[in-house]
Design a protein around this ligand. Structure first.
Ligand SMILES: [Zn+2]
Length: 420
């Protein structure tokens, strides 16, 4: 448990002053305290999740099909809960969407800083093809803006139980927006919960974020272009199981990511893009989203992207981006428009994840379907006689599978998950 101790200690000693915002950007101390209060097994569960995650990373890496893998974006339905008192803290839609756009740009390498990354780290920068989509269907099946207002003065100060407003955590990423995450004035901007099946089960997962630091616009105190707004990508990184780059200090395990240089987080005290901190004898990747240098946020590394992609296959995250869930939350249109439209029209697989059967819809009268395991070995071969056909996967073990559909002159690939 040494690492939890370090984590708390680090946060406690790193109350910092950056620019006009006299606070720490993200509080892991708050996360762990709340996590432990909610769930006494949180530490054990976190260790177990870590073991599962390492297996998933290996599975995804081992796939010989990685070059041909379906490159479609993961889509995560989001609900945003705004806690306000009259106009106070009542962030509008424009500001809400501005924050989501920042997140989507940051994860996909479309952010302004992407092309000016320090040359020492430019070759290890990574993109996770993921889209955070504001839900358009609520849990009762009714249309929604995805931006839900709760008039509650106490909750505006992040006091009381904000989780009572949660939407099903298996179906939506819930982002809670008190005006001040850490009371008034906020001692930190935001915090997020690591993947945890018991949190998901209890609807106590999600991200908490001060509405005055989210995006740009009416209630935000940030000026457009301020990298502080990318703290949202830092929090989504935690939500996908990323640790701070300075976690574990100079130890070899550090943040469980191989390509992020160890650091004491020295760059947090520095304004802007200053990468010359050698706190662990190597140069700090101060432009990393998971560093504390919140006035210079530009990149995740490829190792961090692997870790986040694997986290999407954890049982606490996997249903969110399934096609079935995207239909139920009104994010399927988004899905269709944000990836290669031609491949989407030509190939639909559902349900995914599945338990016993999976249906393939392809614009072909007959075709050969090959299913591979994550080592790239052929698992099963099917000859399909209809444009819409079902295969029985009830004998398959739990896990990730890749497939290719071969027709005259065309190979289409994808992946599906068997999960019971
Ligand atoms: Zn953090």
């Amino acid at each position: 448990m040494k690492y939890f101790f370090n984590l708390v200690l680090l946060v406690a000693t790193q109350q910092i002053i950056i620019g006009q915002i006299n606070e720490s950007p993200c509080s892991h101390e708050a996360i762990m305290e709340r996590q432990l209060a909610l769930n006494p097994n949180a530490e054990r569960e976190l260790m177990e999740t870590e073991a599962t995650l390492q297996e998933l990373i290996t599975q995804l890496k081992a796939s010989d099909l990685s070059g041909q893998r379906n490159t479609s974006s993961y889509v995560i339905p989001v609900v945003m809960h705004v806690f306000h008192f009259g106009d106070e803290g009542r962030m509008g839609m424009e500001q809400a969407l501005a924050g989501l756009e920042i997140m989507n740009a940051d994860f996909n390498g479309l952010n302004d800083g992407w092309d000016t990354i320090d040359s020492e780290f430019d070759s290890i920068k990574g993109e996770l093809e993921i889209t955070f989509c504001l839900a358009t269907i609520d849990p009762d099946g009714n249309p929604t803006t995805g931006l839900i207002y709760h008039e509650n003065e106490e909750a505006m100060y992040n006091q009381g139980n904000l989780f009572e407003y949660a939407w099903d955590n298996y179906k939506y990423l819930n982002i809670y927006f008190p005006k001040y995450t850490g009371g008034a004035p906020s001692n930190f901007t935001a915090y997020a919960y690591y993947p945890s099946i018991s949190n998901t089960e209890n609807n106590t997962d999600g991200i908490f974020y001060s509405s005055i630091r989210w995006g740009y616009g009416d209630h935000s105190e940030l000026e457009e272009g301020d990298d502080w707004a990318s703290v949202c990508s830092h929090e989504a990184g935690h939500w996908l199981n990323l640790r701070h780059t300075f976690e574990g200090e100079c130890s070899t395990t550090n943040d469980f990511v191989d390509d992020t240089p160890p650091t004491l987080g020295g760059s947090i005290e520095l304004e802007g893009c200053y990468n010359h901190d050698f706190s662990c004898g190597v140069r700090t990747n101060g432009e990393n989203f998971m560093d504390y240098n919140h006035r210079c946020k530009k990149m995740f590394t490829q190792g961090q992207v692997e870790r986040m992609e694997a986290a999407l296959y954890l049982s606490s995250r996997i249903n969110l981006w399934s096609e079935e869930n995207l239909i139920e939350t009104g994010c399927l249109d988004f899905y269709t428009t944000t990836q290669d439209a031609s491949s989407k029209e030509e190939l639909i697989t559902y349900p995914n994840p599945t338990t016993d059967y999976i249906t393939f819809k392809v614009n072909e009268a007959r075709y050969e379907l090959m299913v591979y395991n994550t080592k790239g070995q052929l698992h099963k071969r099917y000859f399909m006689e209809n444009a819409e056909g079902q295969i029985d996967v009830s004998s398959y073990g739990n896990g990730l599978y890749f497939f290719s559909i071969v027709t005259a002159g065309k190979v289409r690939t994808g992946k599906f998950m068997v999960h019971r």
